[in-house]
Design a protein around this ligand. Structure first.
Ligand code: TPP
Ligand code: MG
Length: 686
């Protein structure tokens, strides 16, 4: 069959565009350059949306955020040394967040290489080193394999950014003989070793004060609801890793807060006091682990991650390191528990302890109690108002900076996939990330939180929002200083503000100039009206919040000494295993927390408000996928029946044949599901 006359000639640029599209890539963020037009111009024809941005750093943030939210890579197209250098911060952000991202750098023409050509540089050996993988195509025949390799690295193992540099003229070359477009695959969901799962369940069941620390891996595998049920089944509370607060419903009675910057003191205390700990889908980086004080020396712990920690650089290795997809682990763990129910007389004690811990967390995470009459707005009251007015589906993004500490402590996330924040701590992230969220989740309200310093770094992207019709709202916490660094200066006793004092910007006016709506808020009682108007406007908007400069962070006002310090010495972890005998008594399945008016978390990945997400979450992978490969992870695959172990009879500490204190048949024999299988209820508190 001959191609229709209007169809453009097949080139390697078009081949690449179609390969990206066939592999599930839907959007490209770019500042165009003359060095990749053969690819750029082919994208719309392949069905890939092109979003032109105002800076490659912002394009990188958008792609990183898109990858974090969806688990699928976006493209980032940039030109030669200048565009690649600007892109660097986005690569670092994606790397830190384990977000898939495919960057293509248009390089100098083949005939000019190595001759100090215009904007020529060793991209692979420079910026490429910020990425998980980088490659450089030298001749057209190498291009298809390089594409395949790039996609594989972006998606396999711990996902991350890849950088492929392609000489400009290669995109215009005809494809080689017999070359056809085929979707490139990620690696199939990594299933856990069942005996290790059993070992981890024993470790948790044997503890007196166990905790689960959950991170992005749980979100990526759409397993938040499963985690809720596992936590309820085991009567174990959950703490979210830094900047992953949406991994567990914050209004659930078992949620005890988020680690890292802005955490109330109860979070570190509870983790340091844990005698057993499951870290799942979390890298345990410096901030998330309170400078590596977690896990405490006395804590027995297990790590479930695509790349679990081994002993390194003075860090302790886990007792059990299990390389597995977080969701697959949780599902296998729950299936093992189906054979019976937790048999521990200590369950009641555990639940009582969780209730106490929850009360302590709530008491220490109040962000509005600080008396304040102005001038300027009270940041905690802003967060409280957001919590009241924004629906549970609203996606929040944040920038780096101390202004974010009020949200970190006081905002309650109720659904998975409703938060994006850079674990790289990169300023300038919030607005581009909000745009990416609006692209990926059309119809969902998106609100970005930024300081005046961070917002000014990427605020030109407001024009991108206007042009692309992405009605995001930005809250600018304006203290006219790099307040975080100023706080560090204060701590060092050098509070003169060298380099940290900034001038005023009329951010509301800037917003208007860029085609967005602008609001200025100087008093607490003005904020609610401004937010309501911005929400109604359905177009990009900036709300400039004037802050008194004395607010340095949630725990530190310049006129008051800091009240919260990281515990240096962990309290003694409770003695583990002392109550092993308690596990011999069977008890009824733990009750889930009482249902209430807050709806249960939506099925993972589904837009609970019915908003049309870009891809339906339940798209099944094609059956014909080869055994070791699967398509890009639109949806993690459910374990097939033969991958799921049968209910396990060999969990003596967890499961017994005398679970029937209430006279019921063993759970595995009932026709009705056991209570742990019932729809999850979410208990509101506070
Ligand atoms: C790209 C980048 N440059 C520098 C820093 C160091 N840094 C961290 S917070 C901060 C100040 C942020 O100022 P602002 O956005 O106004 O928030 P505030 O600290 O005032 O709350 C700086 C400069 C950073 N994290 N990222
Ligand atoms: Mg500031």
């Amino acid at each position: 069959m001959t191609a229709p006359a209007h169809e453009p000639a097949m080139t390697l640029g078009r081949f690449a565009a179609e390969t990206f599209a066939a592999s599930g890539i839907k959007v490209a963020f770019t500042v165009p350059g003359e060095s990749f037009l053969g690819l750029l111009d082919a994208l719309p024809g392949a069905g890939i949306r092109v979003v032109a941005t105002r800076h490659e750093g912002a394009a990188g943030f958008m792609a990183a955020a898109y990858g974090s939210l969806t688990g699928r890579p976006a493209l980032c197209l940039v030109t030669r040394a200048v565009g690649a250098a600007n892109l660097g911060i986005g690569l670092h952000a994606a790397r830190a967040d384990s977000a898939p991202l495919v960057a293509v750098v248009g390089g100098v023409r083949r005939s000019l290489r190595g001759r100090e050509a215009f904007q020529e540089a060793d991209i692979e050996g420079s910026v490429g080193r910020l990425a998980k993988w980088a490659g450089d195509v030298s001749e057209p025949p190498a291009f298809p394999d390089a594409l395949r390799e790039a996609l594989k690295h972006a998606l396999s193992g711990r996902p991350g950014p890849v950088v492929l540099t392609v000489p400009e003229d290669v995109f215009d070359e005809p494809p080689g003989e017999g070359l056809s477009v085929t979707p490139q695959r990620g690696i199939r969901t990594l299933q856990p070793d069942v005996s290790s799962v059993r070992g981890i369940l024993h470790l948790l069941a044997g503890g007196r004060s166990p905790v689960i620390l959950a991170g992005a891996g749980v979100l990526r595998s759409n397993a938040s609801s499963d985690l809720v049920r596992l936590a309820e089944t085991l009567s174990i509370p959950v703490i979210a890793a830094w900047r992953r607060p949406d991994v567990f419903p914050n209004d659930h009675a078992y949620y005890l807060g988020m680690t890292g910057l802005g955490a109330p003191p109860t979070v570190a205390e509870r983790l340091l006091g844990a005698d057993s700990l499951l870290v799942i889908g979390c890298r345990l980086n410096e901030i998330a682990s309170f400078e590596y004080s977690i896990p405490a020396p006395g804590t027995r712990w297990a790590h479930v991650d695509l790349e679990p920690r081994t002993a390194m650089a003075g860090l302790q290795a886990p007792e059990i390191a299990l390389a597995a997809d977080a969701g697959a682990f949780i599902r296998v763990a729950r299936d093992l528990l189906l054979g019976g129910v937790l048999e521990a007389a200590a369950v009641d004690a555990r639940r009582a302890a969780i209730a106490d811990d929850r009360a302590a967390f709530l008491a220490s995470s109040d962000v509005v109690e600080e008396p304040w009459e102005g001038p300027g707005v009270h940041p905690g009251r802003v967060i409280e108002t957001l919590g009241r007015l924004l629906g549970p589906e609203t996606i929040l993004t944040t920038d780096a900076g101390n202004f974010a500490s009020w949200a970190a402590r006081g905002y309650r996330f109720r659904r998975p996939g409703t938060f994006l924040g850079p674990t790289s701590g990169a300023m300038g992230y919030a607005l581009p990330a909000a745009l990416a969220a609006a692209v990926a989740r059309p119809g969902r309200q998106v609100v970005a939180l930024a300081g005046d310093g961070g917002f000014a770094m990427t605020m030109a992207e407001l024009e991108t929002a206007v042009r692309e019709r992405l009605p995001v709202i930005v809250l600018v916490f304006d203290n006219r200083r790099y307040g975080t660094i100023r706080a560090h200066q204060e701590e060092r006793g050098a509070g003169q503000g060298i380099g940290t004092e900034l001038g005023a910007i009329d951010f509301a006016g800037v917003a208007e100039a860029l085609g967005a709506a602008g609001f200025r808020v100087e008093r607490d009682d003005e904020f609610e009206d401004a937010l309501t108007s911005a929400l109604k406007a359905r177009r990009p908007a900036v709300i400039q919040l004037q802050l008194d400069r004395r607010w340095l962070s949630i725990d530190q006002r310049a006129d008051k000494p800091a009240e919260v310090a990281l515990p240096v010495q962990p309290p003694e972890a409770m003695e583990a295993g002392e109550d092993a005998e308690a596990l011999e008594a069977a008890v009824e399945a733990p009750e889930p927390p009482a249902p209430e008016e807050v709806p249960a978390p939506a099925p993972d990945g589904a837009p609970p408000d019915g908003a049309p997400d870009e891809a339906p979450p339940d798209e099944a992978p094609p059956d014909e996928a080869p055994p070791d490969e699967a398509p890009l992870p639109d949806e993690p695959e459910p374990a097939t029946p033969d991958e799921v172990p049968a209910p396990d009879e060999s969990l003596p500490a967890l499961v017994s044949d005398h679970e029937r204190l209430d006279g019921q048949a063993p759970a595995s024999e009932r026709s009705e599901p056991v209570s742990t299988e019932e729809p999850t209820a979410v208990a509101p508190e506070g």
